[in-house]
Ligand binder design. Structure first.
Ligand code: WTA
Length: 712
């Protein structure tokens, strides 16, 4: 063995420090109380609401959420556990999601805005779409999907749409017919979209010619060609491509329209003017949509969400946690291509007849005052966004909010843990100390919030999401499945002990993966039909303080959360390895001030290949093409070899330590421990040259880097 540096030796000794020992170093933050004005008008301001959702009242407590909807047929069984862990909610019930979001509001709110859409270019006119207008557009597009595309209940369809009103119109038209929509985030590449088309076996792709992003009209239709080619490679043929146009009557893409396959939606719609489609009465357990999420293995998982359970859950949580009233102007600044947008831009707010704001572009275009101008102009009073956006606005325009005369009563943060410092800026500067904040912890798979304070009734604590939400009973388990003592601030795996209506039904087409990923870890009785035997494994590390509040530490597996986008390491590595010269690739996260985490790629070349800028560029290009711009690595390191276990597994946690200037951990079990020091010198000296030495990491960040790749 070669000589080890002091640092590596020290690292080897440090490994026995447990997660909990690191976590207890955290400082407890002070409480912030909700403003009296907020409490005075809140949907939930009477503490008796907690009594209605105690564990003894489970599962019947969720009747209250379901009763926010209009049912065609009322259900007979609230929760059916006979095929655990494939839970069925509100069995026997029938309803239609499109009817619940739109039709039923017409009598009272026909000419109230359902959506207000703000185009990115500031000289383009903001559009208010009333419930009546939305109703018409949904019906016409539903008629087109049914009569022109031949789609019916249970069929799948893929959308690759940006933030335009045509997206919720398309979603709600599908919901009207019982067609299962699968929206792929517009910023994802054509190839990523193609994989999702193939997995869901969609025959129709709905896309758009172009959209504005950072001042540029981007060609989007070009991605449809890549998507179709990729889907075909994976055995799925796309028959029809429906193309919405960003500027009516004007085609803004360079790609040819393929005759007989590609159609302009605005042209087709001429035949469906004024058509009304009866909403199909769907069983509560019928799937409403798929939302793909990155996992630990190469293939993204299609989280399948139900109609009745999902819609009840987003309605209930929108009412109590987002505090939405019909008279509010609510702006969730997320992309509908993510679960947050599905649940809290479209389905949740619309069930409550809210006015939901949609913005096409980037937060800082043309400057960091843009969001606040929008808020002022539209009279937004509820604001909802992610830490990555908050950090960016804080960096580029810390004093912008006070220049604008808007007033929020309520704000949300979602998507990753928020740093207490950033939380305070959000509270003081953005919220002007007038707004209550909810930090909502949840996942694509969950449908809606799992952890949050109830805004009028529980104080806020920066950096903690709060306790489990109404009807959610979390527990922190250690690796053996033993509960970590309540309130002990010891870290472990946060799990939810009970099922809830918003939980996804399965991984589309792969029920075994559903069970193995989310339930197998802590289930001891495979045949049990008792929900108590099936804790849901969220895959996040967390700790609970004495007051019952949870602090989420981040993923325990190897998913990298870049600006709120979950990227699977395997997905990234698979993309890199498509480059001919490459033998091996490993993706790790680095702490990044702006984006939370950025990706760094380690590459080992095939024998005979030489490191070059060109190879690096090819890797970046491949990742961008196959996954999307957001995944573009911050650095690519071509190294002589990867640190590996004796069984040949790449030790990602070791290189994650190097990238972040933290301890690589125990390297004594490696087959080639000497390589660690070689790589460390190469990477860290180059980083020093580039001015990329990190600030001192927090205990939480250290813990995350240390835990990275632990699941392997
Ligand atoms: C992380 C987004 C801390 C967490 C709705 C989770 C959070 C993953 C929070 C899911 C929060 C989300 N505090 N961490 N408030 N919200 N996360 O599927 O690690 O895109 O497992 O769903 O984001 O990301 P997803």
């Amino acid at each position: 063995m070669t000589i080890q540096t002091d640092e590596v030796m020290k690292a080897a000794q440090e490994v026995e420090v447990s997660e909990s020992q690191i976590a207890v170093h955290w400082r407890e933050e002070e409480y912030f109380v909700p403003p009296a004005k907020f409490i005075g008008q809140a949907n939930a301001s009477d503490p008796s609401i907690f009594d209605r959702f105690t564990e003894e009242k489970f599962p019947e407590c969720f009747r209250e959420y379901a009763d926010l909807l209009s049912w065609d047929t009322y259900w007979h069984t609230t929760l059916d556990t006979s095929n655990a862990p494939f839970w069925k909610w509100f069995v026997g019930g029938r309803l239609n999601a499109s009817y619940n979001c739109v039709d039923r509001h017409l009598a009272k709110y026909r000419n109230k805005a359902a959506f207000i859409w703000v185009p990115e270019p500031e000289d383009q006119v903001t559009q208010a779409i009333t419930y009546q207008e939305l109703y018409k557009r949904i019906n016409e597009f539903a008629a087109l999907l049914r009569d022109f595309c031949g789609l019916k209940q249970g069929d799948r369809i893929t959308f690759h749409l940006p933030m335009v009103p045509d997206l919720p119109v398309s979603m709600l038209a599908c919901a009207r017919l019982g067609v299962i929509h699968s929206e792929v985030f517009g910023g994802f590449s054509g190839a990523a979209c193609g994989g999702r088309i193939a997995d869901s076996k969609s025959t129709v792709l709905v896309t758009m010619d172009a959209y504005y992003r950072n001042g540029e009209l981007l060609d989007h239709k070009v991605k449809a060609e890549e998507a179709i080619a990729e889907a075909e490679k994976q055995g799925q043929k796309v028959d029809k491509v429906l193309v919405w146009r960003r500027h009516a009557g004007k085609y803004s893409s360079k790609t040819e329209m393929v005759k007989g396959r590609d159609f302009f939606v605005d042209e087709l719609l001429a035949d469906y003017k004024g058509k009304i489609v009866e909403p199909v009465s769907m069983p509560a357990e019928a799937p409403l949509f798929l939302m793909y999420t990155s996992g630990t293995t190469a293939k993204p998982k299609g989280a399948q969400h139900s109609t009745g359970g999902y819609l009840s859950y987003v309605a209930g949580t929108s009412k109590y946690y987002q505090d939405i009233h019909p008279e509010d102007t609510y702006w969730c600044f997320a992309d509908i291509g993510w679960i947050t947008g599905h649940s809290y831009i479209v389905y949740g707010p619309l069930t409550l007849a809210a006015t939901s704001v949609m913005y096409e572009g980037v937060p800082t275009y043309p400057d960091a005052g843009r969001p606040w101008r929008i808020a002022e102009r539209l009279g937004v009073n509820i604001f909802h966004t992610a830490p990555t956006t908050i950090r960016m606005l804080r960096k580029l325009g810390p004093d912008e909010p006070k220049k604008y005369n808007y007033h929020f009563k309520h704000m949300t943060t979602v998507g990753e843990p928020i740093e207490p410092e950033v939380w305070r800026w959000y509270y003081q500067s953005v919220g002007k100390q007038e707004a209550v904040i909810v930090d909502t912890w949840w996942q694509t798979e969950n449908g809606g919030f799992l952890g949050s304070t109830l805004p009028a009734l529980q104080p806020m604590k920066p950096g903690s999401c709060g306790p489990g939400v109404l009807g959610i009973y979390p527990v922190i388990l250690d690796e053996e499945g033993k509960p970590v003592p309540k309130g002990s601030t010891k870290a472990g795996n946060i799990c939810i002990r009970n099922p809830w209506p918003g939980i996804f039904q399965t991984v589309y087409g792969d029920p075994d993966r559903f069970v193995s990923t989310y339930y197998a870890k802590y289930n001891k009785k495979k045949d049990s039909k008792d929900w108590h035997d099936w804790p849901y494994f969220a895959g996040d590390g967390a700790l609970q303080a004495e007051d019952g509040y949870y602090r989420i530490l981040g993923r325990v597996d190897d998913v990298i959360n870049v600006a709120g986008h979950r990227l699977g390491t395997k997905e990234l590595e698979s993309a890199a390895i498509t480059v001919e010269e490459i033998a091996e690739a490993a993706a790790v996260p680095v702490i990044d001030e702006l984006r939370g985490r950025a990706v760094e790629m380690y590459i080992a070349l095939k024998p005979g290949q030489k490191p070059s800028k060109q190879v690096e560029e090819k890797v970046s290009g491949a990742i961008e093409r196959l996954i999307g711009k957001v995944a573009r690595p911050k650095n690519i390191w071509i190294v002589p070899d990867m640190p590996k276990t004796r069984s040949g597994k790449i030790m990602r946690r070791v290189i994650a330590g190097i990238s972040n200037f933290t301890s690589p951990g125990d390297i004594t079990t490696l087959a080639n421990p000497e390589i660690v020091e070689t790589i460390r010198q190469q990477v860290q000296s180059e980083k020093v040259k580039r001015g990329e030495t990190p600030r001192e990491l927090t205990a939480k960040e250290l813990e995350e880097i240390k835990a990275f790749g632990k699941a392997e």
